[in-house]
Design a binder for this molecule. Structure first.
Ligand code: EPZ
Length: 422
């Protein structure tokens, strides 16, 4: 039986929401934990379907995982028991490709199933493979598997022809114990990537980030040791709940939200008339009566994050005028458009730009979640709409939003989970 969320909209959300640890750091951090045979303790780990599955894969490779408290986990990988990641794992968890770099670093070989595409795009890994080959890894692709071997990883210059978060992370994980120096040029500078470098440095790594030149320099070390590391706050979760305040004309304080990780996003909300106030360890977001249209284009950090595109589009559907949203990171990340239009929105897609003509209000409807961020955008739309909205295939949301039901209903949202035949 699949779960759906039933939402009665129209209620301004008011209150506080504790922001959890960042999913998109927790996943590479779990991959990094197998780089050493000593214990790695991760604090502020979000409890999500994705992190739970990534832990299962780490255990598959030989990691012993102890849950110390609700959000603290200890990973000890004394020995890697296998370096094969079967298709069944990888097809469900694209981020398992990050074990490629860790396994090569620890063992010098790995056999990982090709991840395949997903709803939002082809999700190629050619840049990951290019980076491994530059480090001296011999790679063959056969029968849908990446067969990778290296006697010793040798530091090298890796020049990405376009920015890749996962490709940068895999290159870092593979080169942290390589012989010599690696320079990653045109590297991703997402806060989660910078935090991964900090985690590896706390394990004895020697990684430097030159922000101006977008270059990450890694001086290979012989061995990494134990660490205790706190996962940074999830800025995508924070941005999602900021939209929840804006779209319901409510007022929510986002505890542990790091304003500087969302500067441009908050600027866009301010242009739309939303009130944003930065506090010591939180940000307060307050809606306004008339939402102004404001166009955005997604791009790598520090530009407008693609993972907030669907949520922002939900807000623009009730703006007082026309706005454009251009998606430049993924080739198919507008699947929420048809579902929002079923709720009375007026959106037309031309190539990679959505043209949103604001309407007075949305109407509740039965809608279908298609991917993680599209699904939460439909919940946000349901919170604002008149009447009842049913969001199907809720498993998408549970991949990336810890305790979302409690966090939203704690601010007054009227919602419940229902089991329905899909
Ligand atoms: C990470 O995915 C995030 N996932 C994504 O978040 C996020 O949307 C994305 O970065 C962009 O910020 C995690 O961190 C676990 P990319 P990743 O490599 O690493 C193409 C979410 O909702 N590309 O930066 O897969 C690729 O197809 C998820 O939390 C190649 O062509 O993203 C895409 O079009 C969704 N070849 C673009 O680059 C490659 O070898 C960006 O991909 C690698 C990527």
């Amino acid at each position: 039986m699949l779960q759906s969320m039933r939402i009665i909209g129209g209620q301004p959300l008011v209150g506080e929401i504790q922001i959890s640890g960042a999913k998109n750091l927790a996943l590479p951090a779990i991959a990094a934990s197998i780089l050493t045979d000593e214990t790695v303790t991760l604090n502020n780990m979000p409890n999500l379907a994705d992190t739970s599955f990534m832990q299962d894969i780490a255990m598959h490779f030989g990691s012993n995982i102890q849950r110390i408290s609700n959000n603290t986990y200890e990973f000890t990988t004394k020995k890697i028991t296998t370096t094969i990641a079967p298709y069944d794992y990888v097809r469900k968890m694209r981020a398992s490709i990050l074990f490629l770099g860790s396994l090569l670093s620890r063992c010098g070989h790995a056999k990982i199933s090709m991840p395949g595409g997903c709803a939002i795009g082809a999700r190629a890994i050619d840049l990951h493979i290019y980076a491994m080959r530059k480090l001296g890894v011999h790679i063959e692709i056969e029968n849908g598997y990446i067969n990778a071997k290296a006697d010793k990883l040798i530091g090298s210059d890796i020049i990405f022809d376009h920015i890749t978060v996962g490709g940068t992370e895999n290159a870092i994980l593979a080169s942290v114990t390589a012989r010599g120096t690696t320079r990653i040029i045109n590297a991703s500078k997402e806060p989660e990537v910078i935090a991964l470098c900090k985690m590896l440095n706390s394990m004895g790594g020697k990684i430097y980030h030159d922000n101006d030149s977008n270059t990450i320099i890694i001086d290979g070390v012989d061995k990494l040791h134990s660490t205790t590391f706190k996962i940074i706050s999830d800025r995508i979760e924070a941005g999602t709940y900021a939209i929840a305040a804006a779209i319901t004309k409510g007022k929510i304080t986002l505890k542990d939200c790091v304003y500087d990780d969302l500067t441009l996003f908050f600027d866009c909300l301010k242009h739309a008339g939303i009130h944003i106030s930065k506090n010591d360890n939180s940000v307060t977001v307050e809606g306004c009566d008339v939402i102004k249209p404001h166009s955005v284009t997604t791009a790598p950090h520090p530009m407008f994050h693609t993972d907030l595109q669907a949520q922002y589009m939900a807000l623009m559907t009730i703006a007082d005028g026309c706005s454009h949203i251009t998606e430049t990171v993924f080739e198919n990340r507008f699947m929420h458009v048809n579902e929002l239009n079923r709720m009375g929105a007026n959106i037309v897609v031309q190539h990679n730009t959505a043209i949103i003509n604001g309407v007075m209000r949305l109407n509740g409807a039965r809608v279908m979640a298609t991917d993680l961020r599209a699904s939460v955008a439909l919940v946000l739309a349901g919170l604002s709409a008149d009447g009842e909205t049913i969001v199907n295939r809720l498993y998408h949301i549970d991949r990336g939003y810890e305790d979302i039901d409690a966090k939203l209903s704690g601010c007054g949202a009227k919602l419940e989970r229902v089991n329905v035949e899909q």
